[in-house]
Design a protein around this ligand. Structure first.
Ligand code: HEC
Ligand code: HEC
Ligand code: HEC
Ligand code: HEC
Ligand code: HEC
Length: 206
């Protein structure tokens, strides 16, 4: 092999090894939004889940309506925020400043809302329905306790520890199937009907 070829060969090898060196996850993160674990885009208003869902203990579904009624959980309109923020203007300088952004957006558009950046985004060829999971499914934990509906935290992590939302799970097929398989096994062990699709491809790809 001559010197030029050897250099080319070396560069090609490095090129091919790069995804392995960097870790496939990181490379995938750049390309596929649904695989973005820890994706936490900067949002137009520094809204805090820690404060609202944690300290103030506001129920997730007060803002994310529809999670128990249909496919998608809604992102709240500013009217929901305004219920409180027409009077709550903030105590610290930084809170006042952030709430002023909210007030400006509200006065500009009423309801037109804030351009929140989407965090989770399943591939288009995947069917996922919140209602089935949040309300209809029975969930059996590792100790065999049965609850009606799957807690948001099972899939979204403990959002009461976050500022703006952060994606916890890679929305891969394995993420869905692993839970389905575990749940079906636990349901069979408890003599309950096992209904989570594993081999029925068209349940999730319709
Ligand atoms: C079994 C897993 C699972 C559970 C339980 C779950 N989610 Fe989700 N959530 C997802 C997936 C998957 C997506 C991405 C959906 C998409 O892109 O179509 C998502 C997306 C969202 C979104 C973005 C809007 C949308 O629907 O695409 C919000 C808001 C949300 N979830 C809130 C909640 C809340 C609040 C709860 C509890 C009441 C909850 N989720 C329970 C898996 C879950
Ligand atoms: C149930 C009442 C309630 C609702 C609904 C509510 N907030 Fe708040 N929010 C508060 C309170 C209370 C504070 C604390 C203000 C203070 O005393 O500093 C606050 C603080 C804030 C702050 C300042 C945080 C900081 O410390 O920097 C922002 C920004 C904010 N809210 C945005 C929103 C947005 C956006 C929505 C709607 C999606 C919303 N809030 C809905 C009660 C609410
Ligand atoms: C934490 C566990 C868990 C995770 C994660 C999960 N599921 Fe499920 N899923 C269930 C259970 C339990 C059922 C059975 C519901 C019932 O009792 O009918 C179910 C049922 C379903 C069904 C059949 C009912 C319907 O809605 O049509 C589909 C489709 C489905 N899941 C899609 C998904 C997809 C897609 C994902 C991943 C993005 C996912 N699931 C992630 C637990 C889970
Ligand atoms: C006071 C209203 C409010 C409450 C309460 C609230 N959220 Fe949110 N949530 C928002 C807003 C506004 C956004 C959009 C900005 C962001 O991404 O943080 C959001 C975003 C999200 C997203 C990301 C949506 C996407 O684009 O993929 C998830 C998931 C979520 N919230 C889950 C929860 C869970 C779980 C709880 C309860 C523990 C909760 N939220 C409580 C207002 C709220
Ligand atoms: C519980 C839901 C679920 C079931 C059942 C399911 N899939 Fe998937 N599948 C997914 C999700 C979610 C993705 C998206 C993965 C991604 O974006 O990386 C996916 C992705 C795929 C892809 C794209 C390549 C890839 O891996 O990203 C193929 C092909 C596929 N599924 C085939 C199948 C076949 C064949 C079956 C039946 C044996 C099946 N799936 C059953 C949820 C499911």
């Amino acid at each position: 092999m001559n010197a030029k070829l050897a250099v080319l060969f070396f560069l090609l090898t490095i090129g091919m090894a790069m995804p392995i060196l960097l870790g496939f996850r990181e490379v995938a993160d750049v390309q596929l939004p649904n695989l973005h674990t820890n994706y936490q885009p900067t949002q137009p208003i520094p809204y805090s889940h820690r404060l609202h869902a944690g300290v103030l203990n506001i129920d997730c579904q007060y803002c994310h309506t529809g999670a128990d009624e249909g496919r998608h959980a809604a992102i709240p309109s500013l009217d929901t925020c305004w219920n409180c923020h027409k009077t709550v203007k903030g105590r610290t300088a930084s809170a006042k400043e952030s709430i002023a952004l909210l007030e400006k957006a509200y006065n500009n558009g009423m309801g037109e809302g804030v351009a929140w950046k989407r965090v989770h985004n399943n591939a288009d060829f995947v069917y996922f329905n919140h209602q089935t999971h949040v309300r209809i499914a029975q969930f059996i934990d590792a100790d065999g306790n049965v609850t009606d509906g799957i807690d948001c935290a099972q899939c979204h992590g403990d959002m009461t520890k976050e500022g703006v939302a952060r994606q916890k799970e890679q929305l891969t097929m394995g993420f869905c199937i692993n839970c389905h398989r575990d749940q079906n096994q636990r349901h069979e062990a408890a003599k309950l009907p096992a209904r989570a699709p594993v081999n029925a491809c068209d349940a999730c790809h319709r």
